[in-house]
Design a binder for this molecule. Structure first.
Ligand code: ADP
Length: 635
């Protein structure tokens, strides 16, 4: 009998599939089982309204038969089956849903005759029926359509064509018989005939298929009549359902143990560290959905790289629609892993349509709220656990505050924790706020590369002396967070590096003004000596034990200057520098006297003081040559 040819492009694709050095050959079983389940769906649906089908929900099943001796693996279903015309139409062309996507999405340049397909491409799109050829050198499909008298057999050994002949088949449905390839260097094909491999593959890929997937399994049982002291065993074969059918997230909360939830996470997301939290959502309302969300204990190795993709697996009633639906988790919670399932979503929805889907947006905002609440709960109930979580993903939350023009700041502000001068523990903004002194107007923060450096800041002294708490900002984004929030519970953020801290009473201000006038000649002298390097030289009102400090003007802070010059060196971002002198310090008096007796030396001292101030502010000395010379001359 003459072989029929596959359509041209189908042939080429099939060729590629057969020859591809593809490491995920095992997905063929998922594809074949999913087709079987679809066919069962169709007949089952019909049976609901049409009495004459004569079958009930529980009669439908998919059956796997192994025949290692003859190297045959068969997937049978009692679904709608195919007519002769459908066989031709469906299996003669690769132009059906999954395969169509597949074709569209591979650039021509990627498809070269006889070469392997890029691995992820096959993994990304369902490759459908033809994937059977990744493990078989011949595939036979025997099928009888519902309502038809005759049965047909489709057979193919690969790219050179297929035959369709009439055959005998009693029952309605389809058998896909795969003639498994002999073992080869690149693959141990025999494993696809092995009982345990099949069981595991079904569990892995087809566990939530809504119909039972059955297979004969061998078990050894004790012979009943065998004596207790000398038990004898025999092998029996029993048909067993391999899939759980009900996805874990469809089960009720009370039924699930922590072990169930964590085990699912481990298997699904390949993370052997148990998650910090598992969130089980069962939402009913305008949009019903169920979800299992996980907060991982550790950032994966690629988490802070472009390789990492956020998103949840999206199902509609247990059928996977999208492997990674990005729109379901906001950027600031991108570390969350999990699945969402809503019967309200249409199965045939495309990626583009999903983005505009109202129901999906409702689910997404709901999920965001759930995650936030869970994190707040963790923060309250298990602070140590929360600090660990924050060490992993806190930066993500912080970047979320200035991100998107601050749109998410209110969602995130209470999730943030910072080190502070209060204790070794980290503090939330609410806790800081609650500890604020009655007369304290601002939330003070100090920036620096480390807590140790910040503690050495001269500016902090006066604040600490007054009993005011200072937040320690050691992360590059911290100050952007403060600038975006502006205030917390009506208290504005204020940097201790700023020149005006607003701490003084009226009397203190008066006294300072007087002192400033008296010291005018010295201040002018220092300003003249330093020139453009500083915007202003003034008497400090925050210093205690140290003679000088440098503070920034109102516009840019030192931290931002450092950050901006790192990311955009050409911009020349520079904070205004204000040199503050401590009039109570012996150095001040000495400098004043020296100005009169030896102005040259006084000038050199002024410069040294300026460079010291630069260092204490955590800045690089701008003229290291000059600085070294000055120190040498001093010695
Ligand atoms: P897809 O499943 O993405 O449409 P496939 O290449 O897997 O693409 O299958 C092509 C078509 O063949 C299916 O759409 C279906 O109509 C038909 N088909 C495959 N397997 C079966 C089966 N077991 N029973 C009935 N029809 C089937």
């Amino acid at each position: 009998m003459a072989k029929k040819k596959f359509k041209a492009e189908s042939k080429r694709l099939l060729d590629l599939m057969i020859n591809s050095i593809y490491t995920h050959r095992e997905i063929f079983l998922r594809e074949i089982i999913s087709n079987a389940s679809d066919a069962v769906d169709k007949l089952c649906y019909r049976a609901l309204t049409d009495q004459s089908v004569g079958m009930g929900r529980s009669d439908f099943a998919v059956t796997i038969t192994r025949d290692p001796e003859n190297r045959l693996l068969t997937v049978s279903d009692n679904g709608v089956g195919m007519t002769e015309a459908e066989l031709e139409e469906n299996l003669g062309v690769i132009a059906k849903s999954g395969s169509l996507d597949f074709k569209k999405n591979i650039p021509e340049s990627d498809v070269k005759e006889g070469e392997a397909l890029p691995v992820d491409i096959i993994g990304q799109f369902g490759v459908g029926f033809y994937s059977a050829f990744m493990v078989s050198d011949k595939v036979t499909v025997v099928t009888k359509a519902y309502g038809a008298q005759k049965a047909y057999k489709w057979e193919s050994e690969g790219a050179d064509g297929y035959t369709v002949t009439e055959c005998e088949k009693e029952t309605v449905g389809t058998d896909v018989v795969m003639h498994i390839k002999p073992d080869a260097e690149e693959e141990d094909y025999s494993r696809f005939l092995d009982e345990y491999t099949i069981v595991n593959l079904v569990k892995k890929y087809s566990d939530y298929i809504r119909y039972p997937i059955k297979m004969d399994r061998e078990r050894s049982v004790r012979k009943e009549e065998s004596p207790d002291d000398k038990p004898e065993y025999e092998k029996i074969t029993e048909i067993e359902t391999l899939n759980s059918m009900v996805p874990i997230w469809q089960r009720s909360k009370s039924e699930l143990t922590e072990e169930d939830l964590n085990g699912f996470y481990r298997d699904k997301f390949d993370d052997f560290e148990p998650p910090v939290r598992a969130i089980h959502v069962d939402a009913e309302g305008a949009v019903s959905y169920r979800a299992l969300l996980y907060i991982p204990a550790k950032a994966s190795y690629d988490y802070y790289t472009k390789e990492y993709k956020k998103g949840l697996q999206l199902y509609s009633s247990g059928v996977l629609i999208m492997e990674r639906c990005e729109d379901l988790v906001p950027e600031h919670f991108r570390f969350v892993r999990g699945v969402a399932d809503s019967p309200d979503l249409s199965l045939n929805i495309s990626r583009e349509m999903l983005q505009h889907d109202r129901q999906l947006r409702v689910i997404a905002s709901n999920i965001e709220r759930k995650i936030r609440n869970e994190l707040l709960k963790l923060q309250k109930d298990d602070r140590e656990g929360y600090e660990k979580f924050f060490a992993q993903f806190g930066a993500q939350l912080k970047y979320g505050v200035p991100g998107d023009y601050g749109a998410n700041k209110d969602t995130l502000k209470d999730l943030l924790i910072f080190s502070s001068s209060d204790s070794d523990k980290m503090t939330t903004l609410a806790e800081y706020r609650a500890r604020m002194k009655e007369d304290q107007k601002d939330i003070y923060y100090a920036t620096g590369d480390s807590v140790a450096l910040i503690k050495a800041l001269p500016q902090a002294e006066r604040l600490l002396e007054k009993g005011y708490e200072i937040l320690y900002f050691t992360h590059e984004v911290d100050e952007f967070v403060a600038n975006t929030l502006r205030e917390y519970d009506e208290k504005p953020f204020k940097s201790v590096n700023r020149d005006e801290l607003g701490l003084d009473s009226e009397e203190e201000k008066e006294a300072a003004k007087k002192q400033e006038e008296e010291s005018r000649p010295l201040l002018d002298f220092v300003k003249e000596t330093l020139g453009e390097r500083v915007r202003e030289v003034k008497i400090s009102r925050k210093l205690r034990s140290r003679p000088v400090c440098l503070s920034a003007g109102e516009a840019l802070s030192f931290e931002m200057e450092k950050y901006l010059s790192a990311v955009q060196p050409d911009m020349g971002a520079k904070a205004d520098r204000i040199l503050e002198l401590n009039a109570e310090h012996p150095v001040f008096e000495k400098l004043g006297k020296l100005r009169e007796s030896d102005p040259e030396k006084a000038g050199r001292y002024a410069k040294i003081l300026y460079h010291q101030a630069e260092l204490m502010a955590g800045l690089a000395v701008e003229e290291p040559g000059e600085y070294s010379e000055l120190i040498f001359s001093l010695m």
